[in-house]
Structures are given as C-alpha cells and as structure tokens.
Design a protein around this ligand. Structure first.
Ligand code: FMN
Ligand code: EPS
Length: 326
C-alpha cells in the first residue's frame, strides 16, 4: 500500500512521467516552522547531476499545497507536490513488449494490466523518493535533538568511488553500494514490539526505497558467527551506555540509548547500456534488449539522504507512539 505510519502517517503518490510526484503527511503537530526553503537542503542531496547519476535533471522544487499557515504547520494534512518537467517517454516505447530484466515492468504489467504506466518506471520509479525526502525533513524537525546521518561507505565493492564509477561508466554497466546510517541522542524506550519494533519500522520503510536489497543492524549477519560473550554489550552506566554496540542501540525492539547503526545494500541499476536477453511478450520469444534513456549508473550515490529520511519518519512515529502510551 502507499500509506505508512500509526500517528505520523505518510501517503506517497505520483509517477515518474506523469504530471508530478509528492506526499501527504498526516499527524504532524502544529507550530513547527516549515517553508519550501526548509526542504531544499535535503532535496539537493538527492539531486542528479554528479558523475554516475542520471542525466535527467529536474528542478525538484517543492510546493506546499496545504497544512501550513504563516510559515508554521497547522496540524492539518501537509501536501507537498513536485512537477515533472523533463520527461522523455519515447525511451520506454519498446518496454511494453520487452520488459527490462530487474525492473518492475514485468510484474507491474502482470498485476495491473494495460493500465499500468510503465513510462519512466511509473509509480515504481526512484523519483517517488522525493516525497520521502521532504517527509524526512519534517520528521527531523519533530525529532529535535536526535541526530541522523547516513553516508555511502562503498560502491561496486570499492571505497575508491571514482575508479569504481569510471569502470562502470566505461563498460556501460551499473554498480551497487552500501549506505551506513547512524542515529544518536535517542532516549531509552522508543519502539513498540512485537510488530512495531525499531528494526521493523526502519526496515519496512527502507525496503520502500526502490533498489534496496538488504539491511543489517549492528553486528548484523556476523552475529550468527559470534558467541554470546563476544556479542553481548556490557552495560557501563546507569543510563545504559554500553561498552560495545553489537545490538545497534536496540534490545527487544526498543531503543536502549546507544547509537542506532545499520547498513543498507543497494543493488546495481537494472537499466544498463549492455545488451540483455528478455522475453518479447507479444511474440512469446526471447530477444535482445537494448535499453534507451537516462539512468543512474550507481543509484547508491543518491540514497544516503533517502535513508536518513525514512529513518526520521520511523523514529518520529515511534516517538509519538511512546508519548501516547505514557
Ligand atoms: C534515487 C533512485 C534512482 C533510481 N534510478 C534508477 C535508474 O535511473 N534506472 C533504473 O533502472 N532504476 C533506477 N532506480 C531503481 C528502480 O526504481 C528499481 O530498481 C525498480 O523500481 C524496481 O524495484 P526493485 O529494484 O526494488 O525491485 C532508482 C532508485 C532510486 C531510489
Ligand atoms: C527522475 C529520477 O530518476 C529516475 C529513476 C528511474 C527509475 O527507474 O527508478 C529511471 C530514470 O528515469 P528516466 O528514464 O525518466 O530518466 C531516472 O532518471 C529521479 O530520481 O528524480
């Protein structure tokens, strides 16, 4: 579904080559300073233009249609809209018959039939994350002193970003990457197990970012190869500070006051400039596919701010749930 959250609720809408994309935010408290200008710094971090990103340049200017008055939130639903101004739908004309391996074309056509908008990936496009980024900026304001920071730690298996990008671009191919996110200054006690544990809420939203393939908190998959005495985090102070942080600041699905740390695996872009084999649906025969268009060689370059945003959205909802419970 396209709506998420218990108290701080978001609904995303739009298509990559339609009139626009955006988000509705419900449950935001009144009195929070919010103008379009406040949204620009995070938006600029998601923008394309750098080496390895899509040549489709959009202005990405947000319009706040409702929910603010004299520069402050009113408590009513906030609707933020972005217009699409630079679409090139002819690049997609062959994809109805020959779905791209790895993209959503095939499954979307099966599920929604001929009415599915496949141009630019339609509602499945990474462009949809514009709305997540601005909802994240609002959530960061609600969270106050909680500090959330995500960074790219590797792409194409390398920490030499330039070399990895040059190689992928030269080969008309794509590469994935890992984004690491840390959240600090958290109180003890956020998280609503079982189903709204901190890991569940963050992971649910992280998997809403197209191209996400994995997430691990703290020691993650390494935990399976550790002993209890290696993995347990000794408690050092009455306020719960621990010696190590294998648990990533979360026990029993609840924040323990230490840093939340997790890593997200982003896959290599499926739309590549190398010839691929796919099924021609109308001919029922396999054929070569050469993808046209303007694509990110490495999606992960643009993802850190989106991961920060969804983390802020999850934590803002958990903060409000904790307040309501107490
Ligand atoms: C910021 C961002 C940019 C993206 N750019 C592209 C792109 O240029 N070309 C492409 O094929 N996929 C791109 N994607 C990924 C696709 O949207 C995604 O692979 C597709 O919707 C299928 O979803 P899945 O990979 O999660 O299965 C991008 C994703 C994000 C988050
Ligand atoms: C437009 C954005 O990224 C797009 C995400 C995307 C995809 O398949 O996800 C495919 C490309 O779309 P197009 O073929 O229309 O250029 C990217 O440019 C954006 O992130 O704002």
């Amino acid at each position: 579904m396209n709506t998420f959250g218990r108290i701080f609720k978001i609904s995303i809408f739009g298509e990559s080559h339609g009139k626009g994309v955006g988000i509705t935010i419900d449950g935001c408290p009144s009195g929070i300073a919010l103008t379009e200008d406040d949204l620009l710094p995070d938006l600029s971090r998601r923008k394309s233009g750098a080496k390895g990103t899509t040549p489709r340049i959009e202005k990405d200017l947000p319009s706040i249609l409702s929910g603010t008055f004299k520069g402050k939130t009113t408590g009513a639903p906030i609707i933020i809209l972005f217009h699409n101004t630079n679409t090139q739908s002819k690049d997609y004309s062959n994809l109805l018959d020959t779905p791209r391996p790895g993209h959503a074309d095939f499954v979307a056509q099966h599920k929604f039939g001929k009415n599915n908008d496949y141009t630019g990936g339609g509602h499945f496009s990474g462009r949809i994350t514009l709305g997540l980024v601005v909802a994240g900026t609002v959530a960061k304001k609600i969270l106050g002193d909680v500090n959330i920071e995500a960074n790219l730690t590797e792409i194409g298996g390398s920490t030499d970003f330039d070399a990895a990008l040059d190689k992928a671009i030269k080969n008309h191919n794509s590469i994935g990457g890992i984004v690491e996110c840390r959240a600090n200054n958290l109180p003890i006690g956020w998280g609503e197990p079982f189903f709204d544990s901190v890991e569940s809420m963050i992971s649910h939203l992280v998997f809403a970012i197209p191209a996400t393939k994995g997430i691990e908190f703290g020691s993650g998959f390494k935990a399976a190869r550790m002993t209890g005495s290696e993995h347990n985090d000794n408690i050092l102070t009455p306020d719960g500070k621990t010696e190590t942080n294998h648990a990533a600041g979360i026990n029993g699905g609840i924040t323990n006051g230490n840093e939340i740390i997790f890593r997200v695996a982003i896959k290599p872009t499926s739309s590549i400039g190398v010839s691929q084999r796919t099924m021609n649906i109308s001919k029922s025969a396999m054929e070569d596919l050469l993808i046209e268009g303007r694509h990110d060689a490495c999606i992960a370059l643009r993802v850190p701010v989106i991961v920060e945003a969804v983390t802020a959205i999850a934590l803002a909802d958990l903060m409000m749930l904790d307040k309501a419970r107490r």
